[in-house]
Design a protein around this ligand. Structure first.
Ligand SMILES: [Zn+2]
Length: 182
């Protein structure tokens, strides 16, 4: 059965795990195409860190420095299994200590006991995707002037664009390029 790109796109709207949504938002907070770095503005930076459990009304410069380092590390391993990239990511999460909590009957929870909570949550979210074998579904849009990160929820794992309407269509891509030049 042939599936059109539109069908693929529609299917992709469902079935995105919560950690993937947060990690994709983190990747897309970087400066790319026409967008500024979301972490440069303390208010928009809050939107990103709240996805990783941050509850305060502000985010410190030190926290943002750490989040930026994690983001760069992840960008190095998106769409490529880069051992050096993973080593760098491991290093930037090394302050995080976790322990198994068996106190609730019938379950075990992984709890963070040391390190920045946002760094811990990012590490756990990425770990969840890697463990589930879904990290490879996190990719950058094949339109290189766009490069927006997305999660490919399609069964075939063949989605190439963050949006078929915007980037999967040559005419739209040309319009996108000219808008970018303006
Ligand atoms: Zn795109």
């Amino acid at each position: 059965v042939l599936v059109s790109e539109q069908d693929v796109e529609k299917e992709a709207e469902d079935g995105v795990p919560a950690p993937a949504t947060a990690v994709v938002a983190l990747l897309n907070s970087r400066r790319h195409s026409v967008r500024p770095d979301v972490l440069d503005d303390p208010q928009t930076a809050l939107d990103v860190v709240r996805r990783f459990g941050h509850t305060g009304d502000s985010v410190s410069a030190e926290q943002l420095r750490k989040v930026r380092a994690l983001r760069s590390g992840l960008l190095a391993v998106v769409g490529a299994d880069e051992p050096d990239g993973w080593a760098a990511f491991t290093e930037s999460t090394s302050e995080v200590a976790l322990r198994q909590d068996f106190s609730a009957p019938g379950r075990v929870d992984l709890r963070q006991v040391a390190g920045d909570p946002v760094v811990g949550r990012i590490a756990l979210d990425v770990a969840e995707l890697v463990t589930a074998g879904t990290w490879a579904r996190v990719r950058l849009c094949a339109n290189e002037v766009c490069a927006t990160a997305f999660y490919d929820a399609t069964r075939s794992r063949t989605r190439r664009w963050h949006s078929y309407e915007i980037c999967g269509n040559r005419t739209n891509v040309r319009a996108f390029r000219s808008r970018r030049r303006e």
